[in-house]
Design a protein around this ligand. Structure first.
Ligand SMILES: Cc1cc2nc3c(=O)[nH]c(=O)nc-3n(C[C@H](O)[C@H](O)[C@H](O)COP(=O)(O)OP(=O)(O)OC[C@H]3O[C@@H](n4cnc5c(N)ncnc54)[C@H](O)[C@@H]3O)c2cc1C
Length: 407
């Protein structure tokens, strides 16, 4: 299927597909059995991504990337998503990708030199600490309880976060904290760059969880106990933390959508290969009408997701308001990807949950997408708010109300 992508985007995606087909997928297949990739393997994959000209395409050249625009880099994210090893190879992996984007948008030159450039190089790792244990920030981020108080030219951070992806391995954590208790949280929070080895940062544990697979990734519970950072560690503007977080999350949700549509597309490829070879009840499974129709529906819905993601990205690129289209993409793609991967598991029988194929890793991974970066219900809330904004009362003029004369 061809999309309305620029020449640069198409060429980038083609090179990404070559990297995936020639390097990443063969490696993934050779490691069947669910073995987590070592740091050496990751380094080799990143070297290969550089050779194929697809390493960190979304980052400006001056910071070590390729300087493609967000919209042009997006199709390559889908290619990367075809394996759990693809995003890490191409350095388009969450959460570093979103954190690098945040640093690129709001970081000072010193912050970029200290954190962005080593992140792009893959020399360090990062985490984004926003969610807190109950009754702190979660689906309702206004409930944030972590604070940062000014003391001279330093900030003192006190709080408790969890589900900080890659928090165990992170060298630097981007922490959202309240900096003005009197203001509405949306106008009274700020982002801070906190070195993971700062006094008072306690990585309590990697929360046991499903997902991760061959890539392996932590989700950390972290306590911030009187953590002192200098003023220069404020990321972006004071009290604009939520605004900056939204500016991070909009594009990050679309890149997630592209990676997961790539994963769902690959799952479908595996299902089509399996059902084309496997015979039962007098024919290959791929000749059964029920399977053909479900695959056709999955292909259709994936195409709709890819089209909608590009539409939202175009709006962001044009500087327009994309909150509702992004929420629509997030809910729709997360559900389509989950249903598609579930279908692929079903089509492959026991092999669907075996570890020889990547499907069971995909199955575990995709479930989180309906929760991270806002649960389905939170995005439906945004969509519904817009949907009910402009109700036309004239539509009900013909209806008789209780006690009124009939027409
Ligand atoms: C794999 C994974 C990685 C994550 N990585 C990070 C990270 O790196 N950094 C970070 O800060 N956070 C991270 N998170 C946290 C994630 O952003 C939160 O889990 C998410 O925002 C939901 O918050 P919560 O878990 O507190 O759910 P809660 O707020 O307790 O909500 C529970 C459920 O209630 C439902 N719900 C919520 N609001 C409504 C409503 N208005 N109407 C109806 N139903 C509703 C939803 O189904 C929701 O799932 C991660 C989570 C996961 C699972």
């Amino acid at each position: 299927m061809r999309y309305d992508d620029s020449d640069q985007a198409t060429e980038l995606a083609e090179r990404a597909r070559e990297l995936m087909d020639e390097v990443v997928l063969p490696l993934e297949r050779s490691r069947a059995g669910g073995v987590t990739a070592s740091s050496g393997t990751v380094a080799d994959l990143r070297e290969a991504a550089r050779e194929y000209g697809v390493y960190a395409p979304q980052i400006a050249e001056e910071y070590g990337g390729m300087g493609a625009s967000f919209r042009d880099a997006l199709p390559a994210f889908e290619e990367a998503g075809r394996s759990l090893l693809g995003p890490v190879a191409m350095r388009v992996d969450a959460p570093d990708e979103g954190n690098m984007h945040t640093l690129e948008m709001f970081g000072t030159e010193t912050q970029k030199e200290t954190y962005l450039e080593p992140l792009v190089e893959g020399e360090i790792a990062s985490g984004f600490s926003m969610t807190e244990p109950i009754q702190g920030a979660g689906s309702d981020p206004k409930m944030i309880r972590t604070t940062a108080e000014r003391d001279g030219d330093e900030w003192v951070i006190d709080g408790h976060k969890w589900w900080t992806t890659q928090g165990v391995e992170a060298d630097v954590l981007i922490v959202l904290a309240r900096t003005d208790e009197d203001a509405h949280p949306y106008e009274g929070c700020s982002l801070f760059l906190v070195p993971a080895d700062a006094d008072g940062v306690d990585v309590v544990r990697n929360i046991p969880h499903t997902g991760g697979g061959i890539r392996g990734v932590s989700h950390a519970e972290i306590r911030y106990d009187g953590v002192r950072v200098p003023d220069e560690h404020l990321l972006g503007e004071r009290n604009q933390g939520f605004v900056h977080a939204q500016e991070r999350l909009g594009p990050a949700r679309l890149t997630h959508c592209m990676r997961y549509s790539g994963m769902a597309g690959r799952a479908l490829e595996i299902a089509k290969a399996y059902t084309s070879e496997r015979e039962g009840f007098g024919s290959t499974l791929s000749e059964k009408g029920s399977i053909r129709h479900r695959v056709a529906d999955a292909e259709t819905r994936l195409h709709m997701a890819r089209t909608a993601i590009r539409d939202a990205a175009d709006r962001i690129a044009a500087g327009g308001e994309a909150r509702v289209p992004v929420s629509m993409c997030k809910v729709f793609t997360a559900n389509v990807a989950q249903e598609t991967i579930d279908l692929a598991v079903q089509c492959c029988g026991a092999n669907g949950i075996g570890k020889d194929l990547p499907l069971s890793d995909f199955y575990e991974s995709v479930r989180q997408f309906r929760l991270v970066d806002g649960a389905d219900e939170v995005h439906r809330r945004v969509i519904a708010r817009a949907a009910f904004e402009d109700v036309d009362e004239a539509e009900l003029e013909p209806i008789t109300r209780f006690g009124q004369p009939s027409r």
